[in-house]
Write a protein that binds this ligand. Structure first.
Ligand SMILES: Cc1cc2nc3c(=O)[nH]c(=O)nc-3n(C[C@H](O)[C@H](O)[C@H](O)COP(=O)(O)OP(=O)(O)OC[C@H]3O[C@@H](n4cnc5c(N)ncnc54)[C@H](O)[C@@H]3O)c2cc1C
Length: 556
């Protein structure tokens, strides 16, 4: 129960209650008027500080009251429900507690509950879904869709369709994005409830190998577990020498902009940086990308990145490769950045700067030492192929166990951990994990890359199909794509593949399946693909490797 008190009344000492808007049993929202007071100068409402149910009223019409007097009492909804939760759950022991409700954590919790375990899911965020749903995969793809609509409308003139210059309502775009996130996170609440998974919103810290402390908004509880899965994910890395300034943002800030900056520097030419470059250049910013290495998306085969780089070069103001950001200063004109390229130092001022240089593990933040769980020098938790840490009843999954930091890897690992805890003989034995940059054009790869084969002296041969020979690709006005398959020269089994082009992120799933199924080149080439589709480029790349292709002329 919380007291409702008369607030500061300025210069007035005793004022009269001229109206009472509430009675016992009323439900009120925060800021609803409770009473109206009359001073010599004016009448003023006293608003409610909390939402909840009025349980008692201490004043009457005509009373003369002063600052600090008691208006009545309210059963504050949030406190009440937390206290109830605390009472209900205190000393409760769970078969499994999952810390972190991202794609790894909620998948693990739901799978374990489906397998009959009593499960608690703890997240410090007020919404389930983790980075992926709230500030990662989903919001970025929503904005990328908006960017694509803008770009498509510009490119439609080649097909004889002309649109006026698009008008961008950033508030409407954000509320569309937030509504679809709400739909997904509410869906997770529903799925948790249906499975009787107890959800706690609070920050968790280990106390021992059998318990965690959860810091709720206004209370603290201890939860006991037989098994625990750590799924606390990761957060953006910052550049410590940049000043604290609201114009310097990370990916989370970039997905909740209050306006579109006229000029934007993106530090980091990895997947997240390039997706943001795609979004912001389409929305109208003058985008500059700066990348420390000599290639965008380091680690990805250059032939796959080249078409993307060509597009971004046209869309962005500048792409600075082999360039280091060495300082930043907040000025009234913007953020002044110093660049170093070889021995040259240059300066430029940007309205906004987005730091996208990678992410760091949240593992070091949860008192792992109290449970004896080991982490490596980068803060990642070490696990075996059943996702078990060095402590027998504690497992870890997702970003917190290391690269690749991808939602589908996290959820896959979540299922394994939940199944192992439930007594099943599950292992992390996936042959490959696909990666996708949802840029324009999209870039996707899976299994071995050519660069990796060269670096590790792995023998390979390849089949390539350029999309300039694809009827489907030409009908959508984009011919820059490429599909590439890598094969073992002896067995002709597929060992990797990459695609650049429209919908590469969807198309790559077929190559993942082919690798997982241990397909050889004939399995792929002899699978009849529908025509005209982008998917047939996969069969055609296999045919190109076999020498049976008729869509291209390859000299025998
Ligand atoms: C901009 C952006 C775009 C991305 N796009 C893609 C994409 O398209 N495809 C893809 O596969 N991946 C994408 N990712 C990566 C993806 O979001 C992550 O790999 C994925 O979310 C990791 O899942 P997770 O379950 O390991 O952890 P997370 O999703 O990071 O969730 C961890 C959860 O743990 C909670 N938590 C942390 N500490 C505590 C604590 N002490 N107590 C309680 N709770 C805690 C956090 O609140 C969070 O909800 C993107 C990431 C970003 C930033």
């Amino acid at each position: 129960m919380t007291n409702l008190i008369i607030p500061q009344l300025g210069d007035f000492d005793e004022v009269e209650v001229i109206e009472i808007h509430i009675k016992e049993g009323d439900y009120i929202e925060k800021n609803d008027p409770l009473i109206t007071l009359e001073t010599e100068k004016a009448a003023m409402d006293v608003p409610a500080e909390f939402s909840g149910i009025i349980t008692s009223l201490n004043i009457q019409l005509g009373d003369k009251i002063s600052e600090g007097d008691l208006i009545g009492e309210i059963a504050n909804e949030k406190q009440e429900s937390e206290t109830k939760q605390v009472n209900e759950q205190k000393d409760n022991e769970y078969d499994l507690i999952v810390i972190g409700a991202g794609p790894g954590g909620y998948t693990a919790a739901f799978r374990a509950a489906d397998l009959g375990l009593k499960v608690a899911l703890v997240d410090k965020n007020s919404d389930l879904g983790g980075v992926c749903l709230n500030v990662g995969c989903i919001p970025s793809k929503a904005f990328l869709h908006a960017a694509k609509v803008i770009d498509d409308s510009k490119e439609a003139n080649i097909a004889g369709v002309k649109f006026n210059h698009p008008e961008i309502d950033i508030d409407a775009m954000k509320s569309w994005k937030n509504n679809l996130i709400d739909g997904l996170t509410n869906g997770l609440d529903f799925l948790a409830k249906k499975r009787d998974v107890s959800v706690f919103h609070g920050e968790a810290f280990f106390q021992s190998t059998e318990s965690i402390r959860v810091q709720l908004t206004s209370d603290e509880i201890t939860l006991h577990f037989k098994n625990c899965i750590i799924a606390v994910g990761s957060e953006p890395l910052a550049l410590p020498f940049l000043p604290m300034d609201p114009r310097i943002i990370d990916s989370t800030g970039a997905l909740e902009p209050d306006h579109i900056p006229a000029s934007l520097l993106i530090i980091g030419g990895g997947i997240i940086g390039l997706e943001m470059a795609t979004i912001y250049s389409s929305l109208g910013s003058n985008v500059t990308i700066v990348e420390l290495t000599n290639t965008l998306m380091p680690g990805t085969d250059h032939d796959l990145v080249r078409p993307l780089e060509k597009y971004l070069t046209e869309k962005c103001k500048n792409i600075k490769k082999s360039t280091q950001v060495i300082s930043g200063e907040a000025t009234t004109e913007g953020i002044k950045i110093q660049f170093k390229q070889s021995d040259n130092i240059s300066e430029e001022t940007f309205e906004s700067v987005l730091v996208a240089i990678g992410r760091k593990s949240n593992g070091p933040l949860i008192n792992l030492d109290k449970a004896g769980v080991q982490i490596d020098e980068n803060g990642f938790i070490e696990v075996d192929n059943q996702m078990r840490t060095n402590i027998n009843n504690i497992f870890a999954i997702g970003d917190v166990v290391g690269n690749p930091m991808l939602a589908h890897k996290a959820s896959y690992e979540g299922k394994i951990a939940a199944e192992v805890i439930s007594g099943k003989k599950s292992f992390m034995d996936a042959r490959c994990i696909p990666s996708v940059a949802y840029t324009d054009p999209e870039v996707a790869w899976v299994g071995l890359t050519e660069d990796q084969c060269k670096l590790e002296n792995i023998a390979y041969e390849k089949g390539v199909f350029p999309w300039s020979a694809s009827g489907r690709s030409l009908t959508i006005g984009r011919k820059e794509g490429l599909t590439k398959l890598l094969f073992d020269p002896q067995s002709k089994k597929i060992i990797g593949g990459g695609i650049v082009g429209t919908n590469a992120g969807d198309l790559i799933a077929e190559i993942s399946l082919a690798i997982e199924m241990n397909c050889d080149v004939e399995d792929i080439a002899l699978t009849i693909h529908p025509h005209p589709t982008l998917a047939e480029s996969i069969a055609l790349a296999a045919e190109a490797f076999e020498g049976t292709i008729t869509e291209l002329y390859i000299k025998p």
